[in-house]
Design a protein around this ligand. Structure first.
Ligand SMILES: [Zn+2]
Length: 125
């Protein structure tokens, strides 16, 4: 799923593409409302700090403009870069890389520490 964010860069607030984008954003945001039915407002005045119901958010975006630095919609269902999982079959957790080497090193480290401590004790004053 690719999100169309090009409308967020439109500075002409009466551009129907911008208005439709704001309304579509609020519609989509309805999926991510909190227990009070509100979502983070990405308008230039709220900058995701304040929350409003989706219809108010649409108004805010149209009247205040969309916050230009909000490029990854982490408050609205989008994941941070590197965590994109568009395919539904990638839910399986990958094998942790520490299963084999981690066990060996976790046993080796205390032995080294003990040897150093023993050496310090024996060579002490
Ligand atoms: Zn707002």
């Amino acid at each position: 799923m690719t999100l169309d964010k090009s409308w967020t860069k439109i500075t002409n607030k009466v551009d129907p593409v911008f208005i439709n984008g704001a309304i579509a954003f609020a519609e989509r945001g309805k999926t991510y409302v909190d227990s009070e039915g509100r979502i983070h407002c990405p308008c230039k005045k709220c900058v995701n700090v304040r929350r409003h119901v989706p219809t108010v958010v649409a108004d805010h975006i149209i009247y205040n403009g969309f916050e230009p630095s909000y490029n990854v919609w982490i408050h609205h269902g989008e994941h941070l870069p590197g965590y994109e999982t568009d395919q539904t079959d990638t839910v399986t957790t990958p094998d942790p890389p520490w299963t084999e080497s981690g066990v060996a090193s976790s046993q080796a480290v205390p032995v080294i520490i003990l040897k150093n401590v023993a050496a310090e004790i024996s060579s002490g004053p």
